[in-house]
Design a protein around this ligand. Sequence first.
Ligand SMILES: [Zn+2]
Ligand SMILES: [Zn+2]
Length: 184
Amino acid sequence: MGRDTDYQKLLGECISFHGHLCMGQVMGVRIAVKGLELAATKDPRDLIVAVEVDRCLADAVLTVTGTRLGRRTLKLYPYGRMAASFLNTATGKAFRVHAAYEGPPAGDDEAAMRKILELPDEKIVAWEEIEFNLAEEELPGKPKRVVACGVCGERVFDGKDRPGPNGPTCPACLGTAYYSRKST
Ligand SMILES: [Zn+2]
Ligand SMILES: [Zn+2]
């Protein structure tokens, strides 16, 4: 990464995966490249990325970094911000990178969007070293905890259960479900 980074090539890969060119792909490339440079992992398996939006940008970040939700190397914290953090699990060092540019975004103007790839880092992103507070259960590898929910009986992985009157209980049965049952 750095000066020799082929931003246009990376953007092409992002467009292939995501389906269109947009500010999310452009900013995702800029944030991901900067994050990879800062995290400086020697082995790509030492990288964990937290993305803060479940929109276009997230696809670019996973494409460029090679992290995946299903491999537990990509975490989603839907704060609605154009930002991502990059943890090097070998060194414990982590950095958060966010979009930071002056003036109106490029809109749908393709040439203007591509121009953003040529700006120096300081003109388009900001970053800082952070403490990445990641629970042991969130790391890749075999699940450290699997229990049966005392209410629904389904298996609950990775310490997502909480104590309840019927023993360990999944978040849905504790009343924080994204769905509700249809009454029959
Ligand atoms: Zn998009
Ligand atoms: Zn349950």
